[in-house]
Design a protein around this ligand. Structure first.
Ligand code: GUN
Length: 295
């Protein structure tokens, strides 16, 4: 039987409606308007399009938002000073530095310079550590979005065999950590596969929930998936151009084959992607609430 398609567009819309109400209540109660700055260094086309979407969504939700474009040759010192100025700006609750950064800039040094209270990406070691011990203020956006997709699609994670493909700091490691916590919407048995895993298919075939962030187009095929599994595809691979000049995308999962075997599956585009931006907005609202002394 063909899988139910989990629509990230629909779930993201539902959460954004909730956030709009939160923003209005926060403003009415405290006068605080969530403030977000997105810093873009250079003109990487994918980064430009992500940052544009983040800005548009934040404006739609009624945020105070700044798009700060910096030249490709900005020095590390200049960028650190810029971050410091936003750390001290009371109107800004969330700071996002779009990655990747140019080679001459140490990415970790930049991420560590962001005040952890304004780290709405959840990449600062303080926030990574808090996630590890089940005390997170801000979950990294893509993994948080995956968890929301599972919760809001009624997927039982407690006791489930979850297999994650990929061990990046942005997706693989944090989603494994999130689903491992003894908390609602988590409490799973988690395995992480990576480039040195001897037999990836052995693991994927026993997954109740398979989360794929392999960075390789159509790496997961139907023969690697258990009947009835829930499949979350985090991959975004550009495989050409449409007639109208739009990028044609595919995920890390062979969607056409796997949808015949899975019980639920996310599409690419329209699956995890829209959730990432929405969770950034959720983190920014949370940062504004915390700054206003609310929980
Ligand atoms: N580049 C790709 N994904 C992300 C993300 O989640 N946050 C930031 N800051 N940069 C990214």
């Amino acid at each position: 039987m063909a899988a139910k398609i989990i629509s990230g567009n629909e779930v993201a819309k539902e959460i954004r409606e909730e956030l709009k109400k939160d923003v209005a209540i926060l403003k009415e109660k405290t006068g605080v308007v969530p403030g977000l700055v997105t810093i873009l260094v250079g003109e990487n086309p994918a980064s430009v399009s992500y940052v544009t979407a983040k800005q548009k969504t934040s404006k739609d939700l009624g945020f105070y938002s700044i798009q700060d474009n910096q030249p490709q040759d900005i020095s590390e010192d200049q960028l650190l000073k810029l971050i410091d100025s936003y750390n001290h700006d009371p109107k800004i609750h969330g700071i996002l530095v779009q990655l990747p950064l140019p080679k001459h800039i140490d990415e970790n040094k930049i991420l560590y310079a962001i005040d952890p209270r304004k780290d709405v990406d959840g990449f600062h070691p303080v926030n990574v550590g808090k996630l590890m011990i089940g005390e997170a203020d801000y979950l990294p956006c893509t993994p948080a979005g995956i968890q929301q997709l599972l919760i809001r699609s009624g997927v039982e994670t407690k006791g489930a065999e979850v297999v994650v493909i990929g061990r990046s700091n942005i997706v693989g490691k944090p989603i494994a950590n999130i689903l491992l916590q003894k908390q609602k919407g988590a409490n799973a048995t988690v395995t992480i596969c990576h480039t040195a895993t001897r037999d990836t298919a052995f693991h994927t075939k026993r997954a109740d929930i398979l989360i794929v962030a392999a960075g390789k187009a159509k790496a997961i095929t139907a023969d690697m998936v258990k009947e009835g599994a829930v499949v979350i595809d985090v991959g975004v691979n550009r495989i050409g151009m449409s007639g109208s000049g739009k990028a044609l995308l595919c995920g890390d999962v062979d969607f056409e084959g796997v949808k015949e075997k899975a019980s639920m599956i996310t599409p690419v585009p329209g699956g995890v992607g829209p959730m990432t931006i929405t969770m950034l907005m959720m983190n920014t609202v949370k940062a504004a609430k915390l700054a206003a002394g609310l929980k």
